[in-house]
Design a binder for this molecule. Sequence first.
Ligand SMILES: C[S@@+](CC[C@H](N)C(=O)[O-])C[C@H]1O[C@@H](n2cnc3c(N)ncnc32)[C@H](O)[C@@H]1O
Length: 415
Amino acid sequence: MAAAFDPGEQHTRFIDWAKSNGVDINGIAPARFSGRGIGIVAARDIKKGDRLVHVRNTSLIHGALPSIKDLKLPENVTIHGKLAASLALWYSGEQPHDYHLWQKVWPTQEDFRSTMPLYYPKQLQDFLPHAATQLLTKQRSNLERDWSDLRSHIPSVSKHLFTYTWLIVNTRTFYWDYPDLQNSHPRLPKQRAKLTADDCYCMCPFTDYFNHSDTGCDPQHDAKGYSVTADREYKAGDEVFVTYGPHTNDFLLVEYGFILDKNKHDSIPLDHLLLPLLDSEQVAALKEDGFYGNYTLSSTSSPNDSPEDSPPALPICYRTQAVLRLLVLDTRRYSVFISGDDNGERDQDRTAKYLVSLLTKYSRQIMDILEEVEQLEVKDGDGEDDRVSQYQDVLVKRWKQIRDIVNKAVEALEL
Ligand SMILES: C[S@@+](CC[C@H](N)C(=O)[O-])C[C@H]1O[C@@H](n2cnc3c(N)ncnc32)[C@H](O)[C@@H]1O
């Protein structure tokens, strides 16, 4: 059991506020956990199926809230941007806002600075794994787009503050598709049919205290609000986790600033190894067949996208099996495989050998990367050596996980 510490007075004040503002809390409380900030602890023994928290729909914070609509932010801005702008205005307003007790329990700007790759010095960002680099590029461009769409509408908010509240939204939102609102309701976004997944966000005070595990409770929402129900028994003092989704560690690192030691959803992309090997005809064939890119190597040997009579499960997805066949065999054998007329067993040895040679080379490159990251001497702009060595530790840990995924795959493929 991880030690749970008293989180401090401001959390007691927030809980009192939450209880009188539509949040029903049963048998759980916030606590501080080493390396995870605040999380949720079982305050008594809990049975599977007990409802732990319910947040009334009217206590959720989303784009159709009158106090957000009243800000008259441009229609075309993302909901992420609108929420970030609203939180920043409320946070920096002269009068304490209704949500100020909630804002007081958020992680600090320094918490984000010490964990989010967005803040790593360039020298260390250059050593992020491939998947993390792509996610970080997208995150940065989304942040810049939202800031450039909104900055003239929120002149009192600095880029620094906007980045902070944008990251609060990034790390603390839940899916919400406005199931509570009737068509005629004034809070309903006017053109519901146009809502995309990116519009379907809400913030859920208190529920955003839960830390993530790959096997945690699954938060549920309906027209009445958001709730978390115990997925199993917990003893008093246990940390109760929810699951944020089936995320890889590269995703968790960039979007949330941490990685899990054990993660059944972990995988790494192989595109950077496989795509450069294709000639233009092979690229065209894969594009036409819908098999171009998105090749992954998982940490477990149970790909779930292969046809039923496939050969023994390998830690590679069906798409990877397809591209390997095109690289190693003649086009006919590839076509037979992707048409589903052949379960692929006959060619598995040849394709496995080919992949083993690529992965063995990659494993050697990873050892070089590890050595480089460990020996890097980086100075943060602020001269914060502790923070930099924390970044370095996370990078080393992640590359070691990637090395283990690669080496385990080589073992499985050689069997
Ligand atoms: C929804 S918040 C959870 C509450 C947060 N720990 C806090 O202090 O307010 C998500 C953030 O919690 C932290 N977190 C969540 N799960 C974690 C885990 N398993 N290990 C380490 N940090 C975690 C990360 O900083 C993440 O961005």
